[in-house]
Write a protein that binds this ligand. Structure first.
Ligand code: ADP
Ligand code: ZN
Ligand code: ZN
Length: 745
C-alpha cells in the first residue's frame, strides 16, 4: 500500500502531494489524517507530513524500486489538522469531489496575506547610560538621535506610532540597536472583526441579565444532562420565532466553555446582523469571533489562527465557520437549520448539517439544530428517534403575541374588479397602520424588478444567448442575465416579429414601491433586495434606518424576513405567496411554508399585536393554510405523506448528476453512457429519472444534462457515484466533459 502525503500544510501547497510506501509494520497504524515522519529530499532529512489518501495504485511518475518508505507514525493526540483532513476525506466520499477540492474547503486558505504586526522599541540600559548617550548626541549634533534619546529618558518604551509622530526613522534607530542601547520588539496582531463591529454600533442602553424561563431551562438541563451521560445524539430545538432559542444556545455555549471546550455557531449569512453579534459579544466578550463572506482573506485567516491558538472559544458565521480549527470542539449549533444556504453550491456540494454531525463525531461534540420551521429531514429523524426533539411553543417575552392571519384569494379580488396589487383587506390595514404610526413590511416572494420581457403579440420571451434563461428587466433601461451578466438595452421592438407590444411581466420590488407611493403618498418607504444591498454595509444601513423608524414601510424579498427584530412592525403583507410553489424542486412546498411562516413571524414581535395578510391565487394549498395557522406539525404531516408517496428524501435518497460540456453531443453521449451502465450495474436497487436538459440548459455556452438517481439507501447512491467516476476515468478521461454530484438525503 502507498500513502499520499502533504508535507506543508501552509495551505497554498495542498496540491503538492508526495507518495510513500507504507511498510508492513505500520500498515495497521496509518490512516487518512495520520501525522507521519518521512525521509525527504536528496539528503533524506526527516520531516513531518499528513496522510491524505491511502491507495494501492503507484503514481505513474514513480518507479516502484526507488519509492521511499514512511519512517514512523506520531502516536498520541491527533492535531486538529488531522481531523480536518479526515473530514475532507469523508466529504470527498459522501459528496463526490477530488481530495484537493475537499481539502481546500476545510482548510483556511493562506494566500498572500500579510500578518499585521505591532512594533515598539525598548530601552535596554539604565538612565545614566541613556543620559550619557544623549549628551554625546548633543555634542555631535545628531538632531534626530537627540529627539529619540530625550524621549527614551522620559519613557523606556516607545510605540511605532510615537516614533512616527516624532519623525524618527529606522536609520536613527539602527546605530543605537547595534550599540545595545535599545531593541526593537514586535508581536503578531490579529485582525478583530467583532471589535470593529462593536465600534460601529450605536450606543445602546445596558439591558438587564436575562433569566431563562422554565421551558428554556428544561431544554438546557436536558441537553447538558445528555452530554454528561455521553449521549451525543444531535438535538433539534423546534422553537417558534421569538421563543428564546438564541438564549438557550448561549447557555449551552457557556456550559461547554466551562468544560474547557469550544463552540461553533452557524447562522445564515443574511441573519448575521450586528444585533446577533452584539448579543454574543455581550455574553462572551473577546472570546467570540466571526467570519463572513465579506471579510478579506487576511481577516478570515486571522480568525482561524486565533481559534487554533486558543484565543477564542466561540466562532460565529455561515457555512464555512464549520471548519474553524478548534482543537477541542464540544458544540456545534446550527440556527435556522432548514436554510438552503447550508448546502454548498460548489464541489464538494456538502450539507453543513450532515457535515457538522460528522465533525462532531470526530471531536466527541454535540450538534444542536434550531429552527421555527425545521427541515422535513431533521424533523423526520427526530420523530424516528435518531435525534432528540425539543419544543419551545411560546414567545419568550410574554407580552408579545402571535399575529392574526388573513388569507386573501386574489382571484376573488379580480372578480370584484380590484386590479391593484393590494387587496381590499391589505389596503385598509395599511391605511390604519400609517395612521397609528406603526410600521409595515411588504414581502415579495421574488427577486429584482419586474422579471422577464416578452412580446404580447407573438409570445416571444427575450432570453440570454449564452444561458437558457430569460433576461431580467432593470429600470435603468437594460435587460440583464442573472447567470452571466450579459446586458442589452431594452428593445423597442420584438426581435422576432418586430411588433411594438413588448413589455415586462411580473412584479418586482421597485414596482411595488412605485405602487405604494401612488396609493399611499404619505408613506415613507425603504426597499431591500439584491440591488439595494450589493455593497458592504447597505444591508445593515437599511435595517438600522427602518429600526429607528425613519420609514413606515419596508419592501423587500426573502432577505427581509430573517434575523432582525422590529418591535414596531404590526402588519406584514405577503404580496404573492404562491410564487415559490411553482418551481421544479420537490422542496417547493416546504420552501414556501418556511418563507411564509418566517414572514408572518415578523409581525407583532413587540407589545402591540399584529396582522399578517397572505395574498394568493392558491388559498387551499396546504403550505399556505398551515403557515397561516403557524402550524408546523400539520404541515409536516401533509408533506411527509407526499414524500413517502414519491420516495423523496428523507424517505428515499436522491442523487442528481449534472454533466456539462461545451460540446452538446458529447454531454449527451456521456450522460446516456452513465445511465446505461449504472442501470446494468445496480438494476432494481435504483430508479433512474432522465436524462434531460437541466432547467437552465446552457450557462456560459456550456451545455447541461441532468440525471436523477433515486434509491432507498444513501450508501447505494455513494456506490453509484463511485461507479460513475470510474466510468468517467475509463471512457472520458481526456475529453472535455465535467461531472457534478448533488446528494439530497
Ligand atoms: P429566537 O432565537 O427563538 O428567535 P430569541 O432568543 O432571539 O428567540 O428571543 C426573542 C426575544 O426574547 C429576544 O429579545 C430575547 O432577548 C428575549 N428573551 C429570550 N429569552 C428570554 C427570557 N428568558 N426572559 C426575557 N426575555 C427573553
Ligand atoms: Zn413578437
Ligand atoms: Zn447569460
Amino acid at each position: 500500500m502507498y500513502a499520499n502525503i502533504i508535507v506543508d500544510i501552509s495551505h497554498e501547497q495542498l496540491d503538492k502531494v508526495f507518495q510513500y510506501k507504507i511498510p508492513n509494520r505500520l500498515s495497521d497504524s496509518i490512516q487518512v489524517g495520520s501525522l507521519v515522519f518521512i525521509p525527504f529530499g536528496r539528503g533524506n532529512r526527516q520531516i513531518k507530513g499528513y496522510v491524505i489518501d491511502i491507495t494501492n495504485k503507484l503514481e505513474a511518475s514513480i518507479d516502484a524500486s526507488c519509492i521511499k518508505e514512511i519512517i514512523s507514525v506520531k502516536e498520541g493526540s491527533i492535531p486538529v489538522e488531522a481531523q480536518m483532513i479526515q473530514l475532507a476525506s469523508w466529504m470527498k466520499k459522501h459528496y463526490g469531489s477530488t481530495m484537493n477540492q475537499a481539502l481546500k474547503t476545510v482548510m483556511p486558505i493562506k494566500t498572500e496575506v500579510k500578518n499585521i504586526e505591532k512594533k515598539w522599541i525598548k530601552s535596554l540600559v539604565d538612565s545614566t547610560t541613556l543620559q550619557a548617550a544623549l549628551e554625546e548626541a548633543r555634542r555631535k549634533k545628531y538632531v534626530a538621535r537627540v529627539r529619540l534619546l530625550e524621549l527614551l529618558v522620559k519613557q523606556p518604551v516607545l510605540s511605532k506610532y510615537e516614533l512616527e509622530k516624532k519623525k524618527i526613522s529606522s536609520k536613527t534607530l539602527e546605530p543605537l540597536i547595534e550599540k545595545g542601547l535599545i531593541c526593537l520588539e514586535k508581536e503578531r496582531q490579529y485582525r478583530n472583526p467583532v471589535l470593529e463591529y462593536m465600534n460601529r454600533l450605536p450606543k445602546t442602553k445596558e439591558s438587564q441579565q436575562i433569566i431563562l424561563n422554565e421551558n428554556q431551562q428544561n431544554i438546557v438541563d436536558s441537553i447538558t444532562h445528555n452530554i454528561e451521560q455521553k449521549d451525543l445524539k444531535p438535538c433539534v430545538i423546534h422553537g417558534i420565532t421569538g421563543s428564546g432559542k438564541t438564549e438557550v444556545y448561549m447557555e449551552l455555549i457557556s456550559y461547554i466553555i466551562s468544560k474547557g471546550k469550544q463552540a461553533i455557531v452557524l447562522i445564515p449569512e443574511i441573519s448575521l446582523t450586528y444585533q446577533t453579534i452584539f448579543r454574543f459579544y455581550k455574553r462572551f466578550g473577546n472570546r467570540v469571533s466571526m467570519v463572513n463572506s465579506r471579510q478579506s482573506q487576511g481577516e478570515k485567516f486571522d480568525q482561524m489562527e486565533r481559534a487554533k491558538n486558543g484565543e477564542i472559544d466561540v466562532m460565529i458565521g455561515p457555512r464555512t465557520a464549520l471548519f474553524t480549527p478548534f482543537s477541542n470542539l464540544g458544540l456545534i449549533i446550527i440556527d435556522e437549520e432548514h436554510e438552503g444556504a447550508y448546502k454548498s453550491d460548489t464541489m464538494p456540494r456538502f450539507h453543513a448539517r450532515e457535515t457538522a454531525i460528522q465533525r462532531a463525531k470526530m471531536s466527541k461534540g454535540l450538534v444542536v439544530l434550531g429552527s421555527a420551521t425545521p427541515s422535513v429531514e431533521s424533523y423526520y429523524k427526530a420523530k424516528h428517534g435518531l435525534y432528540h426533539l425539543y419544543y419551545l411553543g411560546k414567545r419568550a417575552v410574554s407580552s408579545s403575541q402571535l399575529a392574526n392571519t388573513h388569507i386573501v384569494d386574489l382571484r376573488e379580488e379580480l372578480k370584484k374588479g380590484n386590479k391593484s396589487i393590494f387587496s381590499e383587506t391589505l389596503h385598509k390595514l395599511i391605511l390604519d397602520r400609517l395612521q397609528k404610526k406603526e410600521q409595515i413590511i411588504l414581502f415579495l416572494n421574488r427577486r429584482g424588478y419586474a422579471g422577464f420581457v416578452s412580446c404580447r403579440f407573438c409570445g416571444n420571451v427575450i432570453k440570454c444567448p449564452h444561458c437558457d434563461v430569460s433576461l431580467n428587466a432593470h429600470n435603468n433601461g437594460t435587460l440583464v442575465c442573472h447567470y452571466c451578466n450579459y446586458t442589452i438595452p431594452f428593445p423597442k421592438q420584438c426581435p422576432s416579429c418586430s411588433s411594438n407590444y413588448i413589455a415586462t411581466f411580473g412584479l418586482g420590488t421597485q414596482k411595488v414601491e412605485a405602487m405604494v407611493h401612488k396609493q399611499f403618498p404619505m408613506a415613507r418607504t425603504l426597499r431591500m433586495d439584491m440591488d439595494t444591498t450589493s455593497k458592504k454595509g447597505e444591508h445593515e444601513a437599511i435595517l438600522n434606518s427602518f429600526s429607528s423608524q425613519q420609514a413606515d414601510i419596508l419592501i423587500g424579498t426573502q432577505m427581509i424576513v430573517k434575523g432582525h427584530d422590529f418591535p414596531n412592525v404590526t402588519l406584514v403583507g405577503i404580496l404573492a405567496a404562491d410564487l415559490s410553489l411553482h418551481t421544479s424542486s420537490y422542496r417547493s412546498s416546504e420552501i414556501t411554508f418556511q418563507l411564509l411562516t418566517q414572514a408572518a413571524g415578523r409581525a407583532g414581535r413587540g407589545e402591540k399585536s399584529g396582522d399578517v395578510v397572505i395574498q394568493t391565487y392558491d388559498p387551499e394549498h396546504y403550505s399556505i393554510v398551515t403557515s397561516a395557522q403557524q402550524d408546523y406539525v400539520a404541515f409536516y404531516e401533509k408533506e411527509i405523506a407526499y414524500r413517502k408517496m414519491l420516495s423523496y428524501p428523507p424517505i428515499g435518497h436522491l442523487l442528481a448528476l449534472l454533466v456539462t460540456s461545451s460540446d452538446e453531443a458529447l454531454a449527451q453521449e456521456g450522460i446516456l453512457c452513465f445511465a446505461n451502465e449504472i442501470n446494468i450495474a445496480f438494476g432494481k436497487k435504483i430508479q433512474i429519472i432522465g436524462p434531460t436538459n437541466a432547467s437552465v440548459s446552457k450557462i456560459k455556452d456550456s451545455y447541461r444534462k441532468l440525471l436523477y438517481i433515486k434509491a432507498m439507501n444513501n450508501d447505494t447512491l455513494i456506490e453509484v457515484k463511485d461507479k460513475i467516476e470510474e466510468l468517467q476515468e475509463m471512457y472520458y478521461k481526456n475529453k472535455k466533459i465535467f461531472l457534478q454530484f448533488d446528494f439530497s438525503s
